[in-house]
Every structure is written in structure tokens, then in C-alpha cells.
Design a protein around this ligand. Structure first.
Ligand code: SAH
Ligand code: SF4
Ligand code: F3S
Length: 503
């Protein structure tokens, strides 16, 4: 057919609108991205079609995500490609293709994956057409790959975080190969734009603004499995957000391991605060969130931009990790207890309604009950709106794993429980302070327990359930916060549109 499209002649922005069934896959694949991946999508479409005909139904695929927002966004990219090659997406694991996008930040994340893989194997025995893939942070660890090769031979495809952009090509390899396909890269400097994405929510989206991490906190495996910090070009980020807004998105979450160091390594360096100012200008966009802020890099410029913004949400996630200066030093966090408290005070002085949440680790090597008291002291002073507390997990290859003074389990547990109680009490008090006020909430979904209710989120990230029809999903509505139930509210849509409603 002379209607065959040669992808080598198509501009990257137009690829998403190209009819993949008309792409010429008999010529050699383009050797540049993202055209190359669209070539493999077109090729893979044929494999999926042939197999669908063979098995007598459209092949189904399920993407299961573990870990953080970054992984959730990657999963949307995987889903985009699966859909483009002709799979029907499902949430059920009884599918023809199941991919686990894994996390390895703590050991229990890994154990969960191994446990569930056993279950997948039993499903595969019943459905011989089933294929299983594994990607994400866990697969960047050589010991994991060894274990998978040894004891999980039923996995068909394994790739990592650095080559996720070539998922379409890897899918083709999987269809063509006998047995396990494994492709793991040690690092990359590449950022491939313009690949398809399938969003979980029509009205809200995560946006990667940077990848990787250079901080090397001594307990953390992320820099080893996600590689060095790389920022996306601001033009690409803004273009993506504009496209999302024209597709119905009202809220974006800018994602990076440390968004405050955004832009430092760009050809034309730009600060995170400057990027936010540009995002703010996008018409039709209503709310801006971001995650995560490292306290060491949170600038006065950023505080000012947040203060003046009408779109940036009143929520800052500011991981503390520990309140003991001695432990913070051993963690390589590069701030002291006092510096952290001063920063919080400055933020609260400038933006009094800012909700602050945090992450805390208990049981870092050498931590004593007195150190935990220091952490509890910070929690009492800051009065976090919410805090995620984690028991320290020893990650092979990190400096902390080699430290001699690991804390016994019972001591960790005691400190953890003591901290958790204070965290929960202060968070409850903080959340309750909004009682009787009217705030705007973005209606996100039908309530899981009572379908007459919707679940919404305030600018400060508090959850509110209120009566409403599902046609309101994706809308920002004033909600009267009637009853506080610990960490969430039961509310009512308000007819008043008060000044207090905020972003
Ligand atoms: N980049 C983010 C955090 C990413 S990991 C930041 O710096 O804030 C998310 C959280 O997991 C961390 O904030 C930390 O509290 C926790 N975490 C990381 N490594 C851990 C480990 N080895 N054991 C327990 N918790 C850990
Ligand atoms: Fe891990 Fe620290 Fe990087 Fe966060 S900033 S991802 S905790 S190394
Ligand atoms: Fe986990 Fe990787 Fe995120 S280790 S927390 S999924 S960056």
C-alpha cells in the first residue's frame, strides 16, 4: 500500500496522532527517538492482533503500581503504550499481560512483589497465553535480577527505570523471544518526550519535571536505582501541561525527588520558583501541587512565589526524616534541627494557612531513644497536618547499611509507637481546626463506601466526603466542613462562595 507512513518523516509532536496501522514496519526502524518507539508500537500492534485472533478475545493488560507518585506516572506511560499497541486495559490481575512496576525503597516493598509473583505464577499456569513483566526500581538491583533469573523463570520481560521509554521495543522483543527477556541499563542521560500516556484521572495529572536524585541520603536507595538528577526542559514541561489542560486537566502535580533543585543542570539554568511562575500563567489550569521538597534547597524565592500564587495549593510536603541533628548528619541530610524549625517558621509566617506534611524514619543506625525524643519535639512544635512514619529498612549498597550500630528491633518498635502517637494526636488537632469553615474541594471520585457521596480534596490536601452527583467529578466546589472524623471531613456543598474558599 502506498499509504504506508514512514515515521522517519514525522515530527515528534505529531506522532501521537499518527495511525499506527498505516506505519511501514518492513523498513528498518528509525534510530532516533521517539520515532523509533512508534515504529515498535506499530509492529507490536500486529503481534497483539494476531494473538487476539488466536485466543479468540482482545488481549487484556494490567499495570500494577508499587511505590511513589513517580512510579504512578511511569505506569500511566506504560498504560499509554499498552493501549496504543492494542491491549484492553483492566485492573484485574487475571489478564493476558500483567506488569508490576516495582518499588525498592524499603524491604517490605520487595517482599510484597515476590509474594504476589507467586500468585501470578499460579494464574499463568491456568492461562498459558499469559505474559508477565517486571520493571521499576527493584529491577535496578543486580541481586534482584539474579534471584528472578534463578527462581522466577516464568517472568517473560524484565527492564529497569532508565530504559522504560523503550517499552514498545521491549514488548516486541518479548513477543519474538523464547523465554525471559532482560534489559537493564546502569544509567542514562536521555529524556524521551512525546510518548503516549493514559491518565488514571481525566482531571488531574502528575508531570515529571526531573528524574533521578543526587542527594545520596545515607539510608536511601533511590539515587542508585533512579540515577543522576536530570531536569526536563521547561518548554517541554509547559507544552505537556498546556496539552493536558486542553484535555480537561485542572490540577497538576509536578514530580521530582527534590523539586527544589530543578533546573540547575539545564543548558539555560532556571529555578523551580521560576518554573512555577510559568506554570501559573497557563490559562485553564486551576491547581498546582508539587512533590517532594528537600528542606536544604527550599528558597525564599519559592516561598514568595507560593505566597503570591493563586494556583499553588496550600500544602507542602517537607520530609524531616529525623529531628536529631546528630542523626541528620549521619543521614547526610545537610540541615540541622534548628535550621528545619526556622524554615518551617518562615513558611508559616509568610503563608499561615500552609499545611505541612512530612516523612520520618525511626531506627536509623545509632539512633537512641533521646534522638527519637528530638524528633517528637519537632513534631510537637511544627504540628504537622500529616506525617508518614517509616521503620528504617537496611538497603544493601547504601552507606547506612554498612554502619555497625544497627538498632535492635524492639527498641525501634518502641520509638516508632511513641512517635506515631504524637504524630496522630497533633495531626488530628490540626485537621479539626478547619471545622465549620468553607473551603474549595476538587471532587475526585464517587465515595467507595456510599455512592451518594463524592470524595474531594482541599487545597491543603485534606479529604472531604460530601453528598453529590458523579457529574461533579473534576469540578472545584465550595464545601462546608461540617464534621471532622479524625483525618477527614464530612461536608456539604455550600451555596455561599466565600472569600475564605482559597485555591
Ligand atoms: N525524595 C524524597 C523521598 C523519596 S523516598 C525526599 O527526599 O523527601 C520516600 C520516603 O521513604 C523518604 O522520605 C524516607 O522517609 C523513606 N525512606 C527512604 N529510604 C528509607 C529506608 N531505607 N528505610 C525507611 N524509610 C526510607
Ligand atoms: Fe532518597 Fe534523599 Fe534523594 Fe529523597 S533526597 S530520594 S531521601 S536520597
Ligand atoms: Fe520506590 Fe522508586 Fe519511588 S524506590 S519510592 S518507586 S523512586
Amino acid at each position: 500500500m502506498n499509504s504506508h507512513i514512514n515515521l522517519k518523516n514525522i515530527m515528534p509532536e505529531q506522532l501521537k496522532h499518527t495511525d499506527l496501522d498505516r506505519v511501514d514496519v518492513h523498513c528498518s526502524p528509525p534510530d532516533f527517538e521517539p520515532q523509533r518507539q512508534y515504529y515498535f508500537m506499530a509492529k507490536c500492534r500486529q503481534y497483539v492482533k494476531e494473538e487476539s485472533e488466536r485466543v479468540g478475545h482482545i488481549l487484556t493488560a494490567s499495570v500494577i503500581t508499587f511505590g511513589c507518585q513517580m512510579n504512578a506516572r511511569d505506569s500511566e506511560k506504560l498504560s499509554g503504550i499498552l493501549e496504543a499497541v492494542g491491549y484492553e486495559l483492566t485492573e484485574c490481575e487475571e489478564a493476558d499481560f500483567v506488569i508490576y512496576n516495582t518499588c525498592t525503597v524499603r524491604d517490605n516493598a520487595n517482599q510484597r512483589v515476590y509474594g504476589r509473583l507467586g500468585h501470578l505464577n499460579s494464574l499463568k499456569k491456568r492461562n498459558p497465553h499469559m505474559r508477565i513483566a517486571l520493571c521499576g526500581c527493584m529491577t535496578q538491583e543486580p541481586s534482584v535480577i539474579e534471584k528472578l533469573r534463578r527462581s522466577y523463570r516464568f517472568v517473560d520481560l524484565i527492564f529497569g527505570t532508565h530504559n522504560i521509554f523503550k517499552f514498545a521495543e521491549l514488548l516486541c522483543d518479548m513477543f519474538e523471544a523464547e523465554g525471559m527477556t532482560v534489559d537493564i541499563w546502569e544509567d542514562t542521560t536521555q529524556i524521551v518526550e512525546d510518548l503516549p500516556v493514559e491518565r488514571k484521572y481525566p482531571f488531574r495529572s502528575g508531570i515529571n519535571i526531573m528524574f533521578g536524585c543526587n542527594n545520596f541520603c545515607s539510608y536511601c536507595i533511590v539515587p542508585y536505582v533512579r540515577g543522576r538528577e536530570r531536569s526536563r526542559e521547561p518548554g517541554e514541561i509547559l507544552r505537556e501541561i498546556r496539552e493536558l489542560v486542553s484535555d480537561g486537566v485542572v490540577e497538576v502535580m509536578l514530580l521530582g525527588q527534590n523539586v527544589n533543585s530543578y533546573g540547575k543542570n539545564l543548558k539555560n539554568p532556571m529555578s523551580f520558583a521560576q518554573l512555577l511562575k510559568e506554570v501559573e500563567k497557563i490559562e485553564g489550569l486551576k491547581r498546582i501541587r508539587f512533590m517532594t521538597s528537600h528542606p536544604k534547597d527550599l528558597s525564599d524565592e519559592l516561598i514568595q512565589v507560593m505566597k503570591e500564587s493563586e494556583k499553588i495549593c496550600r500544602h507542602l510536603h517537607l520530609p524531616l526524616q529525623s529531628g536529631s541533628t546528630r542523626i541528620l548528619k549521619a543521614m547526610n541530610r545537610k540541615y540541622t534541627k534548628e535550621q528545619y524549625l526556622e524554615l518551617v517558621e518562615k513558611i508559616r509566617r509568610e503563608i499561615p494557612d500552609m499545611a505541612i506534611t512530612t516523612d520520618i524514619i525511626v531506627g536509623f543506625p545509632g539512633e537512641t531513644p533521646e534522638d527519637v525524643e528530638e524528633t517528637i519535639d519537632v513534631v510537637r512544635r511544627v504540628r504537622y497536618d500529616n506525617a508518614f512514619t517509616f521503620i528504617y529498612s537496611r538497603r544493601t549498597g547504601t552507606p547506612a547499611a554498612a554502619m555497625g550500630n544497627q538498632v535492635p528491633e524492639d527498641v525501634v518498635k518502641e520509638g516508632f509507637d511513641r512517635l506515631l502517637k504524637v504524630v496522630q494526636d497533633t495531626a488530628r488537632e490540626r485537621v479539626a481546626e478547619l471545622s465549620g469553615q468553607i473551603h474549595r474541594a476538587l471532587a475526585e471520585e464517587v465515595n467507595g463506601q456510599d455512592p451518594a457521596y463524592l470524595t474531594g480534596r482541599l487545597s491543603n490536601n485534606t479529604i472531604v466526603h460530601f453528598k453529590g452527583d458523579k457529574s461533579l467529578i473534576g469540578k472545584i466546589l465550595p464545601v462546608y466542613l461540617k464534621e471532622c472524623h479524625g483525618f477527614y471531613y464530612i461536608g456539604e456543598i455550600s451555596q455561599e462562595n466565600t472569600e475564605k474558599a482559597g485555591v
